[in-house]
Design a protein around this ligand. Structure first.
Ligand SMILES: Cc1cc2nc3c(=O)[nH]c(=O)nc-3n(C[C@H](O)[C@H](O)[C@H](O)COP(=O)(O)OP(=O)(O)OC[C@H]3O[C@@H](n4cnc5c(N)ncnc54)[C@H](O)[C@@H]3O)c2cc1C
Ligand SMILES: NC(=O)c1ccc[n+]([C@@H]2O[C@H](COP(=O)([O-])OP(=O)(O)OC[C@H]3O[C@@H](n4cnc5c(N)ncnc54)[C@H](OP(=O)(O)O)[C@@H]3O)[C@@H](O)[C@H]2O)c1
Length: 448
């Protein structure tokens, strides 16, 4: 039987779906507001996360991979540089502040940033239920037709098989990205997406399975990192990078282009007509998509060249190529790769095929269920979202749906990244407070 964990007396002001960096930043913004506010002005917040504990793209936590964003774009600093939840406070707490500074870098290891995120998540642990996958969200319709709350139904962390219902005035959906695969891909013990890289490699090495050849499809940062990692992990195996480009393209992190990730750029993008939005996106796509950090490109090239000199080429670049067929046999894969300029095909026997073919935002329509019908859509059938990240809804809906991620069409390229999460969390918190104040004023004007 289901349980209603929050009765009318404990309705959440904001309930977060997913607890990655976006909702973690929101939890902190709310917590910091509550710390200085009288009881009546505090926001009652909760967050539901399907993982058993905090984790940020764990499957890609390669030991030497670095962040692609400055540590100053952490959970809080761009919103409030004095916050105690900053990366610098974390370093101080861990006793590594001076050691970190001596490295003279803005880009920590991903492993270290993950530890920072875990440190911050632990400090707001009282707001989060883990092992609490949200299964559906149902509008609560009042007698007069007003939708004042949402019932959020999630797995019960304490009793698997049961569900729990939480009631909320507002929800913040930040369910992140999910793996994107070419159509008709069949995942298996030998065919993976890079989001599973670390555990899958550990399984193979743990079982002592021989690995003689690996193919990696894609030419983005994940693909290049995976090629490098697989090449040094399986030190007897050939690693083939397969992609349609001629060569890996460097990520544009030059200073003027990087301004596309500034909080001010969100305003410019949001207010631009749709054709300008599209052109801005296309001009600056190469800051983020299908691109690789220059240092890694140079390191891979140095490896390939060194092997050429030595006469043992384990790193093969199959450029201007596509995979045409994958045949799964009992103990291996047979993969047909076509060289596009000539149409020439080669069948490669491989032990593993890794798809580093990107990610896409999760389809929130499926998660929102009935609530999705209340969301207004634009001419291209995308959800309409206000500047304060609140989804535009039918007039009878007074409950709010805030979206973090999945808003590239309204808020621009930084939507799926860490760049603006601190500022965005502050904007959502302020919107919640403004909404509550407006409701209180309206009620005062119309006493029951
Ligand atoms: C390998 C990798 C490295 C990256 N590195 C960078 C970087 O250096 N800099 C940068 O700016 N961006 C980077 N990104 C982009 C990435 O999107 C952001 O870093 C960040 O993860 C966005 O945070 P989020 O909270 O919106 O989403 P996520 O981090 O994806 O978190 C979403 C959370 O929601 C949970 N969830 C999903 N569905 C449900 C449900 N139904 N119920 C409950 N919980 C649910 C998930 O388990 C997850 O914990 C990277 C992405 C990848 C894949
Ligand atoms: N260290 C880090 O911080 C780190 C590590 C990894 C990832 N990331 C981040 O994660 C995000 C995603 O990067 P990503 O590399 O995973 O994805 P991505 O940049 O979207 O790259 C996907 C690659 O897959 C190819 N591809 C897509 N569909 C394909 C298909 N059907 N057939 C063949 N090839 C296909 C794309 O080629 P086309 O372009 O030709 O379509 C592209 O080369 C980025 O923001 C990145 O910065 C960060």
């Amino acid at each position: 039987m289901d349980t209603l964990r929050s009765g009318p007396d404990s309705i959440y002001d904001i309930l977060g779906v997913g607890f990655g960096p976006s909702n973690l930043a929101l939890a902190i913004a709310v917590e910091e507001h509550n710390a200085g506010a009288p009881a009546a002005e505090r926001l009652h917040a909760g967050f539901l996360e399907k993982q058993p504990h905090f984790g940020w793209h764990r499957g890609m936590l390669i030991d030497d991979a670095t962040m692609q964003v400055s540590f100053l774009k952490d959970l809080v600093t761009m919103r409030d540089p004095t916050s105690e939840f900053s990366f610098l406070c974390y370093l101080k707490d861990r006793g590594r502040l001076a050691d970190f500074l001596n490295q003279k870098t803005l880009f920590p290891l991903r492993v270290e940033f993950h530890d920072y995120l875990e440190w911050a998540a632990a400090r707001v642990d009282h707001l989060v239920d883990y092992s609490a996958e949200v299964l559906s969200i149902e509008p609560v319709v009042m007698e007069d037709g007003e939708v004042r709350w949402f019932d959020v139904i999630s797995r019960d962390p304490d009793e698997p098989g049961r569900t729990v219902t939480h009631r909320a005035r507002n929800i913040s959906v930040a369910t992140g990205l999910e793996p994107h695969l070419p159509p008709s891909t069949v995942l298996s013990d030998r065919v993976w997406h890079n989001s599973e890289l670390i555990p899958r490699v550990a399984e193979l090495t743990g079982a002592g399975t021989p690995v003689r050849r690996v193919l990696v499809l894609g030419a983005g940062q994940s693909a290049a990192e995976a090629v490098d990692y697989l090449h040094r992990t399986f030190d007897g195996a050939e690693v083939c990078a397969v992609f349609a480009k001629y060569g890996y393209t460097p990520a544009d992190d030059s200073p003027f282009a990087n301004r596309i990730f500034d909080p001010e750029a969100v305003d410019v993008y949001f207010n631009a007509p749709s054709e300008v939005k599209r052109s801005l996106f296309d001009y600056h796509r190469s800051t983020n998509y299908s691109v690789v950090d220059m240092d890694l490109i140079q390191s891979l090239y140095a490896t390939a060249y060194r092997e050429k000199v030595q006469g043992t080429e384990r790193l093969r670049i199959l450029n201007v190529s596509r995979i045409r067929e994958v045949r799964a046999l009992d103990d291996r894969l047979e993969i047909t790769v076509e060289f596009l300029p000539t149409g020439e095909q080669e069948v490669l026997t491989a032990d593993v095929l890794l798809h580093a073919t990107g990610y896409r935002p999760q389809d929130i329509g499926a998660l929102l269920g009935e609530a999705a019908k209340l969301c207004l859509r634009d001419d291209e059938d995308s959800v309409r979202v206000g500047r304060d990240h609140r989804v535009e809804v039918a007039p009878e809906v007074t409950a709010g749906i805030y979206l973090q991620g999945g808003t590239e069409h309204t808020h621009g390229l930084s939507s799926t990244l860490l760049s603006t999460i601190a500022v965005r969390a502050g904007e959502i918190r302020d919107s919640l407070l403004a909404g509550r104040a407006a409701t209180a004023t309206a009620l005062a004007g119309h006493p029951a």
